[in-house]
Write a protein that binds this ligand. Structure first.
Ligand code: C2E
Ligand code: MG
Ligand code: MG
Length: 313
């Protein structure tokens, strides 16, 4: 599916985003995307269309309002201090339970949400819910836990984004130091002055910025210098192949480089004790992966935190 992720964003008065003006992808939107697949004025719902294409079209259409219909949930995956073997934070990962197609991976629907503008209200809902959950965990005694939230580059284009994040933190009396935003090293942020400016503003509030999915895609090492990041998160696709000598050497060099730039290194996709030992030897800051825990609904993690305890400082 050849989707271009370029989108021109304009502001409108849609307030669905919980208080800020949601930009809408005017050119593409839902209709634009549907048109791209099956042509203008198509009646794809009633005519013969390839089932895979029909599914995509249905998802694009149903994504609008899915959160309001209660189909979106947030799972949380623990982030671990590998030396103390303690939970130090959580990453919020959105889940969509489609009434017909069942669970849809965010890898599949986030690109649609970005393309249609739905990412703006959805992303703001994720931020609010994740901050609320963090507040609950803090109040329950896990007061040093931090929350990592994935941010789409498009969210950074919204006028008032930083102010609204700040307002949520104030409302909940949460310190910005407990919040991390994970952004991907896409060209959109790299070359977009507004995105970079907003990242600086978020950092000034005290929020930490991590570059997610590091090591795949663009991987422009020079962007580490240009972007205001506190750390990198090495992608699970690399960790998966850590047993291969070439990948081992590459990851080792990446980690050394990041540490040389005084950046924190988080490694995701850690699924074995062998990998954990290697990463400890390389002094990585935090790890995440199925070895320790999959993403779970918050209640299950509350039980885990109560049983084994988080990092209480
Ligand atoms: P990500 O931020 O890189 O998140 C890590 C993904 O790796 C998650 O997939 C997680 O379930 C998976 N994972 C964690 N540990 C392991 C492991 O040991 N082995 C394997 N095989 N996988 C592991 P998930 O939840 O399907 O999310 C996929 C991507 O969707 C995320 O990648 C993130 O880029 C995006 N995403 C999720 N939630 C949001 C959101 O609220 N907003 C935005 N903009 N993107 C989101
Ligand atoms: Mg992430
Ligand atoms: Mg990642």
């Amino acid at each position: 599916m050849g989707i271009s992720f370029r989108c021109r964003i304009r502001q409108n008065m849609d307030n669905e985003g919980g208080g800020w003006q949601a930009p809408v992808n005017a050119k593409n939107g839902v209709d634009g995307m549907v048109e791209e697949f099956v042509g203008k004025n198509s009646v794809w719902e009633t005519t013969k269309v390839d089932p895979a294409v029909r599914r995509k079209l249905q998802l694009i259409k149903d994504l609008q309002g899915a959160q309001k219909r209660g189909e979106m949930h947030i799972a949380y995956q623990p982030k671990i201090n590998p030396y103390k073997q303690q939970i130090v934070g959580m990453e919020a990962l959105v889940r969509w339970e489609h009434p017909v197609y069942g669970r849809i991976s965010p890898d599949e629907f986030i690109p649609f949400a970005e393309r249609t503008g739905t990412i703006i209200p959805l992303g703001s809902w994720v931020i609010r819910m994740a901050c609320l959950q963090l507040k609950k965990w803090h109040s329950a005694g896990h007061s040093q836990l931090h929350m990592a939230i994935n941010l789409s580059a498009y969210q950074l284009q919204v006028e008032g984004f930083v102010e609204n994040v700040s307002q949520i933190l104030q409302e909940l009396e949460l310190s910005a130091n407990f919040l991390q935003f994970e952004v991907t090293e896409s060209a959109d942020i790299y070359y977009n002055q507004i995105g970079i400016k907003r990242l600086h503003e978020l950092k000034r509030l005290g929020i930490q910025i991590y570059m997610d999915d590091f090591g795949i895609g663009y991987s422009a090492l020079s962007c580490l210098q240009r972007m205001p990041v506190d750390g990198i998160k090495i992608d699970r696709a690399l960790t998966k192949q850590l047993g291969k000598d070439s990948v081992y050497q590459m990851m080792k060099a990446m980690i050394q480089l990041a540490q040389g730039l005084r950046l924190k290194v988080v490694v995701e996709g850690v699924d074995s004790d062998e990998k954990m030992s290697i990463l400890k030897k390389w002094h990585v800051h935090e790890v995440q992966g199925f070895l320790f825990s999959q993403p779970f609904p918050p209640d299950e993690l509350t039980q885990l935190l109560d049983q084994i305890g988080g990092d209480e400082g």
